[in-house]
Design a protein around this ligand. Structure first.
Ligand code: CP3
Length: 358
């Protein structure tokens, strides 16, 4: 397919298809596709309203009608190039039989898994029954999204999901899970292997239901020193990507090893991901030189700049576009949008990203 030069027609479907898929297939576009991590959520009044009536957060995730509606809210407001399925990375532990709750003002609380016996108590056979409502949401989104909008499915990467399963929630230092991984790599490896298997199955089912791109969130990749990073982040993601690509050839995966620092280079070199999501600390020139020749880069505006807005946000958007716009690139934040973000700043951000380059 030939490249379309700088006209507004890039936002048309023809001739080459959806912008996000074009960027992920390696094309350089004059206007990058844009979506934001956590684009559905508490910063939107319409989300807070629906959430108040939905019961628990897990009820919301498991009710296809409501999860579909919440996914569509930011698309209606801002016309993003992609919609991300509304769900959570902790649905897999829940579906495997671990007790998972979301406590208001505290976050997730899980009954910890800390031994080989605990791992043996998890049941892969229940996975698809538990997650069937999510597949239904994906199918309903696939029917209802505007034609130019790409549907992104997702899951947590094995290491990050394991941190929540072992720590029993969000952790500052991940001491328990790191200690287990170092002292009993074989036992901990069984949990990681189970998660590779479950996550591959989950993502393949999302694609069968209509997901067109997958993002893998490895939020706590930065907690691992070099040797452990290779073993518990890179190797499982590589195994997962291999299984996924075998079952779903041509469906791109974006990996997000948040906080991996210079480890980002090994991650894109060794995992086989098609795209890589950059956290806000990744230097842009380095990303353009080292990562972008290997994978489509996505990112990486500091979410706090969308809270602040104005010229501070505008200047950084220009800098990111300038540094990464010369190759395959998707505009996004470097981590999820935060609840205190003014919705009108998001509208301004989308306008800036789509403005003709200076
Ligand atoms: O991006 C999107 O709009 C899609 C939905 C989505 C959610 N969680 C909804 C959610 C996605 C992609 C996630 C991923 C997720 N969940 C990650 C990886 C990305 C990241 O942010 O690092 C992680 C670590 C989780 C686990 C999780 N879920 C935590 C730690 C919390 C509590 C913290 C918080 O922000 O409240 C959640 C809850 C959660 N997941 C909310 C939303 C909208 C807020 C809950 C609510 O509305 O009451």
């Amino acid at each position: 397919m030939g490249k379309e030069p700088d006209t507004a027609s890039e936002h048309d479907l023809k001739p080459a298809g959806k912008l996000l898929l074009r960027a992920l297939s390696g094309e350089t576009l004059t206007t990058p596709p844009v979506w934001l991590m956590r684009q559905a959520g508490r910063y939107l009044p319409e989300y807070r309203e629906l959430r108040a009536d939905a019961g628990s957060f897990l009820d919301l995730c498991y009710t296809p009608k409501l999860a579909t509606e919440v996914t569509l809210q930011p698309i209606r407001r801002y016309g993003f190039d992609a919609a991300i399925l509304f769900a959570d990375i902790l649905l897999i532990p829940d579906a495997l039989g671990q007790d998972v709750r979301f406590v208001e003002g505290e976050g997730p609380v899980l009954e910890p898994v800390r031994s080989a016996a605990d791992v043996a108590g998890l049941d892969l056979a229940r996975l698809h029954d538990g997650l069937a409502p999510v597949y239904e949401t994906v199918a309903s989104l696939s029917r209802s999204l505007p034609e130019a909008v790409t549907l992104i499915g997702f899951a947590g990467a094995p290491w990050t999901v394991a941190t929540y399963m072992v720590e029993g929630g969000t952790s500052r230092d991940h001491a328990t899970v790191r200690r287990w991984a170092l002292s009993d790599p074989e036992g901990f490896g069984r949990l990681i292997d189970l998660l590779v298997e479950a996550t591959a199955e989950y993502l393949i089912a999302q694609v069968r239901a209509g997901a067109e791109v997958i993002q893998l969130f490895d939020t706590w990749a930065g907690a691992l020193p070099e040797t452990a990073f290779a073993r518990w982040c890179v190797a499982p993601v590589r195994a997962l990507v291999e299984r996924f690509h075998e079952a779903c050839p041509g469906i791109p995966i974006i990996g997000f090893p948040r906080g991996a620092g210079a480890g980002y280079a090994r991650y894109v070199g060794d995992t086989g991901v098609d795209g890589v999501s950059l956290d806000p600390t990744v230097p842009l020139d380095w990303a353009a030189q080292v990562l972008q020749p290997v994978a489509t880069v996505q990112g990486n505006l500091d979410p706090m700049l969308v809270v602040v807005g104005g010229e501070a946000m505008a200047a950084e958007v220009r800098r990111i576009r300038g540094a990464l716009g010369g190759g395959p690139f998707i505009f996004n934040l470097g981590h999820g949008i935060v609840p205190q973000t003014p919705p009108e700043h998001v509208a301004e951000l989308v306008r800036l990203v789509r403005a003709p380059a200076a």
